[in-house]
Design a protein around this ligand. Sequence first.
Ligand code: RIB
Length: 294
Amino acid sequence: MTERASRIVVLGSINQDVTVMTPRLPAPGETLMGTALGRSLGGKGANQAVAAARAGAQVAMIGSVGSDAAATALLGDLAAHGVEITRVRRVEEPTGTALITVDGRAENTIVVVPGANGTLQTLDDADLAAIAGADLLLVQLEVPLAIVRAGIAHAAAAGVPVLLNPSPAQPLPTELLAGVAILVANEGEAAEIGPEALAAIPHVITTLGARGATYVGAAASFAVPAPVVYAIDTTGAGDSFTGAFAAAWARGDSPLSAVRQGCASGALAATRPGASGSAPSRSEIEALAAQTYA
Ligand code: RIB
């Protein structure tokens, strides 16, 4: 029987990543010479949308970009990766930009100027219909909290499971978390939410970087080690985990299989430069997962 592609709606940010490679990260007040400069598709929303599409899901994105040349290039990249972009607004604010420094140990620093992402305030009828028709709503925290809240409330009312990646970390109202079925957070983000609120979320995945990830749910709890890889750029590796995990979850894989695929996707992404562009395909993910977890 042919497998139906799962439908995921991503409500989130789209940025132009301006990335500088340096031997080490600069100290405050220090000037360093970089070794390379690149511009590419980024933003946690776009990165997760691309990662989910590359991992086999049918993905539509709700977001906002400017009317500048950067936006045209980013929308072209999203579409080329198979992400449906008809729900992305074009506004007069500049497209969101992330200034990223990556050092010789694959560590990074990131500063985001939200620009057009900050104008995403309301969901229209077509957005609401797209969410209600999805198998999963995937959200992060790089767009205004009001629209994140509205998207979660609408999905929850329509019986569509919500996966929240609470990044960047910030305090969240209890009623927002009440609509979340699945949380994928790193250790800092999980700490910001706190143990009491975490305990009320049905499925909690904590990503641990090169150490893998843990899953806690009502029926099981387990840890999954990450595949061992040579990392060159960890930018977007967490997004690659989340997108691939979401694709596997939305098509009905078990929690263990979905976490393994997330770990494989994040590990592969860390071996490649950039954020969205580093997301592996479903066949690459499955090959590494099969080899690692045999
Ligand atoms: O998670 C990585 C992403 O964070 C980058 O692509 C950058 O745009 C920021 O949103």
